[in-house]
Design a protein around this ligand. Structure first.
Ligand code: XUL
Ligand code: CO
Length: 438
């Protein structure tokens, strides 16, 4: 009989808002319809392999605290396969339909690339079996091009061309396995694609190399027939002082400049937005307005700590605003809500992994329901539409249609003499209105 890693925990079920059972959903009722679509299809929740299976709770001041019986430290193929089984037991009991991985959390670095590839392939074959047996699917895969010391100066943006080749080799194989496992997308997060000091950095050359790298990835995607989206995940800093994919707008600019925009969408992460000095809804609007809102990494930071704490999202305002943007842009197609989140160092038991995901899933399900109610109510939307009504006809429409000149604008202004009829922005009223739904 297969070994069980979570023998004391059964399948997590929906018990409704009245339940006090910590191991039950209070709001995530998978099949309940919101705006005519089951909640599970709106959310497309995913668990991450890295924090969930490989996180130990270590920080700069102390080692790991977490009970993780599947991490024996052996780095063997046998250990890697057992760990994959533990992960699928976890995902299945939680009813989480998707997952995401980095190549090197699935398998070890080995003594060289050949060994790393062999172990990755063995785990990949096991994942294929586990996916078939459980129905849990791959949301996206990615290459971990930042942990190994060879990536100290970056991967695609390293000053060393050999390192670029190692990074390319890793992405190539990670794409192969993403494709083989039916991945819904493939993500690029530039873990060290940036710099610590401009004194030793040729920024233009590094950006050109990153552009080249991504074009090579696009070529390879076509070659293997992988049809699902490529995504870039913006983050402004950490581990580097400045990362080139700083935020949604700078990613869009980079993709445009290098002729890559048609091949990429964005994967927006809450804590990364905050590190960029932006809100999650700002980043979602930038991506959505450009038609590239692909997926989200769900977590949150701490208002008093300035780094990527990757906490589970338990803030209803955050999830409601996030889902309002997601619904506005038509929901997820290939993407989903991926819990790129880790339990606190003090939450060290295996059970905490379940409790944390339940908290995140319930908070997002509530966020979705709140967002849907705000949309059905219609007052917020009507307010915004009404605020811009001078653009619907007359000179406003002429400008929007590209049919007006500066001279037309001047003639219009001279005729008016002064602007009258400016109206209040009513921010406080709208914030209070938002509160009505929380
Ligand atoms: C790091 C981060 C990554 C990406 C995948 O901050 O978010 O885990 O999501 O490489
Ligand atoms: Co992430």
């Amino acid at each position: 009989m297969a070994k069980h890693f979570f023998p004391k925990i059964g399948t997590i079920r929906f018990e409704g808002p009245g339940s006090t059972n910590p191991l039950a959903f209070k709001h995530y009722n998978a099949d309940e319809l919101v705006e005519g679509r089951p909640i599970k299809d709106h959310m497309r929740f995913a668990a991450v392999y890295w924090h969930t299976m490989r996180g130990t709770g270590a920080d700069m001041f102390g080692g790991g605290t977490a009970n993780r019986p599947w991490n024996t430290g052996e780095c063997s193929t046998k250990e890697a396969i057992e760990r994959a089984r533990a992960f699928f037991e976890f995902a299945t009991k939680l009813g989480i339909p998707f997952y995401c991985w980095h190549d090197r959390d699935l398998a070890s670095h080995g003594r060289n690339l050949r060994e790393a590839n062999a172990q990755f392939d063995a785990v990949g074959r096991e994942l294929k079996k586990l996916q078939r047996d459980t129905g849990v699917r791959l949301l996206w895969g990615t290459a971990q091009n930042f942990v190994h010391p060879r990536y100290m100066h970056g991967a695609a943006t390293s000053c060393n061309a050999d390192v670029f080749c190692f990074a390319a080799a890793q992405v190539k194989r990670a794409m192969d396995w993403t494709h083989e496992l039916g991945g819904q997308g493939y993500v690029f997060w530039g873990g060290r694609e940036g710099y610590a000091s401009l004194l030793n950095t040729d920024m233009k050359r590094e950006l050109d190399h990153l552009g080249r790298f991504l074009h090579m990835a696009v070529d390879y995607k076509k070659k293997i027939g992988f049809k699902n989206p490529f995504l870039i995940e913006p983050k402004p800093k950490e581990p580097t002082k400045h990362q080139y994919d700083s935020d949604a707008a700078s990613c869009l600019n980079f993709l445009r400049e290098y002729g890559l925009l048609e091949h990429f969408q964005l994967n927006i992460e809450v804590n990364h937005a905050w590190l960029a000095g932006k809100t999650m809804e700002h980043e979602l609007e930038v991506a959505g307005a450009a038609g590239v809102l692909g997926s989200i990494d769900a977590n949150m930071g701490d208002y008093f700590l300035g780094w990527d704490t990757d906490q589970f999202p338990t803030d209803l305002y955050l999830t409601a605003k996030t889902m309002l943007s997601v619904l506005k842009y038509g929901g997820f197609k290939h993407g989903g809500v991926n819990f790129d989140a880790k339990v606190r160092r003090e939450s060290f038991s295996e059970e905490d992994l379940f409790l944390a995901h339940i908290a995140g899933m319930d908070t997002f399900a509530r966020g979705l329901k709140i967002a849907a109610k705000i949309r059905a109510d219609g007052r917020l939307d009507a307010f915004v539409r009404n605020r811009y009504r001078t653009w619907d006809s007359g000179i406003g429409k002429k400008i929007e249609d590209g049919k007006a000149t500066f001279a037309d604008c001047e003639r219009h202004a001279l005729k008016l003499g002064n602007v009258s009829g400016l109206e209040s922005g009513r921010q406080e009223l709208l914030e209070a209105m938002f509160n009505e739904f929380i």
